[in-house]
Design a protein. Structure first.
Length: 162
């Protein structure tokens, strides 16, 4: 399977929204609780510093968003979120997305990439990030409110991009 990662276009929005919304609806990874309708999705993905899609087999297989994690004196730190279609997981699409986002972050002048809220039980994401050189910053007990009402620990991560 050939994966091509590129900046998103408006034509990608329906598939992007479906992928994003499926993760929001699962309630175990993204902090958002509300799904995106078509116009909200276009606004959301357009408002990021950079939004990209992974195209494979004629489909949008995954996506990422990249934006500053903070402002001013901390504006050199970026943040990303990743989403892969459920039926295309396990094919290294996530790895391709993370690698591309790191290159995009460098290209856009960011020096550090930080993930604020990686759910501790998300073993596949944590393994991927650590394999690519991201370092955990500790544990925030009960930092993520799961869809089932329980609270799970989160582990912030960072990697230097320079």
């Amino acid at each position: 399977m050939d994966i091509a990662i590129r900046e998103f276009s408006a034509d990608d929005i329906p598939e992007m929204a479906d992928i994003w919304n499926s993760i929001v609806e699962d309630g175990i990874a993204f902090p958002q609780e509300e799904t995106l309708g078509p116009s909200e999705a276009l606004s959301f993905f357009s408002s990021q510093t950079y939004s990209a899609v992974a195209a494979a087999d004629g489909l949008i297989a995954g996506l990422y968003i990249l934006h500053p994690n903070n402002v001013g004196r901390c504006g050199h730190i970026c943040n990303c979120s990743y989403a892969v279609r459920k039926d295309m997981r396990g094919r290294h699409i996530g790895e391709s997305l993370v690698r591309d986002s790191m290159a995009a972050g460098r290209r856009l002048g960011f020096r550090i990439m930080q993930f604020n809220a990686v759910v501790r039980t998300n073993a596949s994401a944590r393994h991927l990030y650590e394999s690519l050189g991201f370092k955990p910053l500790g544990i925030i007990p009960g930092g993520f409110h799961m869809k089932d009402g329980s609270y799970e620990d989160i582990v912030p991560y960072y990697a230097e991009l320079v």
